[in-house]
Write a protein that binds this ligand. Sequence first.
Ligand code: PEP
Ligand code: CO
Length: 406
Amino acid sequence: MTGVITHETAQWQPDSWRSAPTGMQPVWPDEHELPAIIDELHAAPDLVTAGEIDALARGIAQAAAGDALVIHAGECAERFSAVSAADVAARVAQLRELGDELTGKRSPAVVIGRIAGQYAKPRSTTTRLLVRGFSVTEIASYRGDIVNDVAPDRLSRTPDPRRLLRAYHHAAATMSLLRADAVDRAGSRTSVFTSHEALLLQYEEALTRERGGSWLNTGTHLPWVGYRTADPAGGHVRYLSGIGNPVAVKVSAGTSPSTLAEVCARLDPDRRPGRLLLIGRFGADRVAEVLPALADVVRNAGHVPAWVCDPMHGNTFAGPQGRKTRRVADLLREITGFVGALTKMGVPAAGLHLEVTTEPVTECVGGPGGPDAAGLARRYTTTCDPRLNPRQAKFVVAETRRLLLR
Ligand code: PEP
Ligand code: CO
């Protein structure tokens, strides 16, 4: 690119992100293997349909209007090893239960999983030091099962492009179990939509297809852009700007109102209700201070997003032995601040975004039966961020419902 073609003048294509600065992409050691893998992905069947994507957009529009609530939850990083029918059934049951808990079944729940594709992770550092006895070696960071393996040795951590195909096939298997679940419950329950961070743009591009006159990401219903890659001029926002799916954006305490306005202008030039899900992850201490100006600038620009609260990613700290953790009490403080700030402005608080797991892990501190800091070691199994166990998740959601009803 010469730099003279801008986003505004160029016709968007699924590969348009390639001419914008794009962070967090793996460096594959075997670049020569990549073209055949990408060709195979291009030829692979769609995982989601245009009709389903439309249904989700309607749900998000309803939530933005205060007529429905969104529960957007699941693993921080899905694992290739956790895609059995029993695993997926347990995760779906938990999502539905959290949806019912949030709404008290009084209003529709828009149930969205971090599921069937949540395999790529942004990392703050590209390598980490591995200390064994007196030897210290530097190994690549774990970037999610779509890139490398979590085992802490050099070979496992080497990015392997064949993992792109494995990710697709595991997502497809998960999707087929979600569909079977929806058929089993037809009529009585809402469907579960899928979502993941659209981080690896080679993968997302290969699953982007023209369907019914617009470009759709056919790999997931709701792709999102993470806080580390939400640069309005960056490749991730450019990629999401051209697809017809609803898109989600992580918004942090460090996001300025003008930056958020620019991101929203690029992603939602038509001010279409149902297009934007904004996920605030500000931190309990910052939410009340920063959210009003952000919600205001977006509203004044004419966008109608559904604002949901991610009380987890702004409240992470290192506990004993350096284990990353979060306090349930901080989560509740952030949710309280979030609901309070939006309610005061007359903007609906549209739901929650949570990292949860179906196992009785001890990764977050507090809540009913939850561990104290010393108890974290008992069952700390996450490969990435600390997740709420089922009891903690249900408690946080029930407390949120009480706040919303006030
Ligand atoms: C995540 O949701 O797992 C994540 C990395 O979030 P954020 O981009 O908000 O840090
Ligand atoms: Co996370």
